[in-house]
Design a protein around this ligand. Structure first.
Ligand SMILES: *[C@@H]1O[C@H](CO)[C@@H](O)[C@H](O)[C@H]1NC(C)=O
Ligand SMILES: *[C@@H]1O[C@H](CO)[C@@H](O)[C@H](O)[C@H]1NC(C)=O
Ligand SMILES: *[C@@H]1O[C@H](CO)[C@@H](O)[C@H](O)[C@H]1NC(C)=O
Length: 436
């Protein structure tokens, strides 16, 4: 707010300065009054804006947390990420898909839905306009989504190349939109249409309430050995950056040397990142995230390296990186390149893993129905949650009436998650962060 104001005045000042040197003296008073006028208008606009967001926060505190009544002046409204630890957290989800994925995206969205959270859906450019329209309309026509206003479909659709930097660019764009549109979220979570949750949002939010808001879940290792040669030396070009039709990555015949000013890390492309870390990446006040982004533009499988390399080379964040992606993924064996489709045979292993998410699932597989039934208690659109306070008589949907969204009713999923986090947060596990 103040930054914008300052820039604005600086511009206005420069402008009137230039005019002052010219012969047309009448312009001076004209511009002086114009500057005054613009300042007044912008002050009024920002006055209204800041007071409305201030009011919103005030209301949130009144409604959701008795402890903060009357003590809100201690809370910095501009710093949503530094809310007190005991306030219930909010998650921001990106769910991405391509041609033919709209139904699965909706199903995953419903399975991870909670009114406290934020959601953004991206359908890549390969999907026909009609399918994107269907998705947009389905979101628009959902009563709950349109009342809570926390689901958006990205209007701009990008061409996304598998293993290319266009994937990172889209993820960063989604984060930027989430930052711009909503002050109130603590973690960013990346899912695709073939992902599905294994715990309810009540479980997840309950367990995350107890976590330090500085922790990033990003599975990582140092890039070494043959992988260095295979990943870091080739130079690729992602045609998705400049062509309008999807095609494979182009690999050039030249190779480049390994970087010496930073170390390369690699790991799972599935990440749960804190707001402060993604702000660091998006804003780039330290040029390192941007430099890394440009370096990764010509890197194979950049989604498996960008955030990992940024976090492990930035001292402020190295100790916040927990090396786990919170996903259950079964790899084909050999050659461990592609995740295997999960079926009903994997159910027990999935649950035993205690991971909150799993991938990848075939479209509408029966295992999803089993998850709905046994793990999520999903009888209607959404999984069970304390926010659903309507009646379930005569088969009606209890979530059609919304209650307090900061009250959670954790179940067995929360127990599993707590077990997993105990492991992940142990000193032994954490000492493995960003190996040097
Ligand atoms: C985010 O999610 C998508 C799933 O569609 C995945 O392919 C991508 O690599 C993920 N990671 C990043 C860092 O973009
Ligand atoms: C939160 O953490 C504390 C200590 O770390 C623990 O005693 C408590 O049981 C945890 N609560 C939940 C809800 O997990
Ligand atoms: C899952 O865990 C239970 C209890 O620890 C164990 O008995 C069972 O064998 C496990 N199942 C699989 C498939 O690992």
């Amino acid at each position: 707010m103040s930054i914008f104001g300052k820039n604005f005045k600086k511009h206005a000042h420069n402008y009137s300065g230039r005019v002052y040197n010219s012969d047309r003296k009448w312009i001076v008073p004209f511009f002086v009054s114009l500057v005054v006028w613009i300042s007044l208008i912008s002050a009024a606009v920002f006055g209204v804006y800041s007071s409305s967001s201030y009011d919103k926060d005030l209301v949130n505190f009144d409604v959701k947390s008795d402890d903060f009544e009357g003590s809100f002046d201690e809370i910095d409204v501009d710093k949503a990420s530094e809310f007190p630890k005991d306030k219930a957290p909010r998650l921001a989800y990106l769910i991405s898909g391509t041609k033919g994925d709209s139904k699965r995206m909706l199903r995953t969205l419903q399975a991870v839905y909670h009114p406290r959270n934020q959601y953004i859906l991206h359908m890549d450019l390969e999907a026909p306009p009609r399918e994107r329209m269907e998705l947009t309309m389905a979101v628009k026509n959902d009563e709950t989504f349109s009342e809570v206003e926390n689901v958006r479909v990205m209007a701009q659709s990008n061409l996304v190349t598998y293993k290319g930097p266009t994937m990172i660019a889209t993820t960063l764009q989604a984060i930027a939109i989430l930052l711009k549109e909503s002050l109130d979220w603590d973690w960013f979570i990346n899912l695709s249409a073939s992902d599905y949750p294994l715990v309810t949002q009540d479980d997840l939010l309950h367990v995350f309430s107890n976590l330090s808001r500085t922790l990033n879940f990003i599975e990582h290792t140092k890039l070494t050995g043959w992988k260095l040669n295979q990943r870091a030396k080739p130079i690729i070009v992602d045609p998705g950056l400049y062509l309008s039709k999807k095609s494979d990555l182009a690999i050039t015949s030249q190779r480049r040397s390994l970087p010496t000013s930073f170390k390369l890390f690699t790991g799972s492309a599935w990440v749960i990142l804190t707001r402060s870390f993604v702000e660091y990446c998006i804003w780039g006040w330290d040029n390192f995230p941007r430099t890394t982004l440009m370096y990764y533009t010509n890197f194979v499988s950049s989604p498996e390296g960008y955030f990992h390399t940024v976090i492990c080379n930035t001292q402020e964040f190295t100790t916040t990186a927990i090396s786990h992606d919170l996903h259950y993924i079964a790899w084909d064996y050999p050659p461990k390149q592609h995740p295997r489709y999960l079926t009903i045979k994997d159910f027990e292993k999935m649950v035993n893993s205690s991971a909150p998410f799993a991938r990848k699932f075939p479209k509408d597989d029966v295992v999803l129905d089993k998850i709905d039934q046994e793990l999520l208690g999903r009888t209607h659109r959404f999984p069970q949650g304390a926010w659903c306070v309507g009646s379930s008589d005569d088969g009606s949907d209890p979530c059609s009436v919304r209650g307090d969204d900061s009250v959670f009713r954790p179940g067995t999923g929360a127990k599993r998650l707590n077990g997993l986090f105990e492991q992940l947060l142990s000193d032994d596990f954490r000492s493995k962060s960003c190996p040097s």
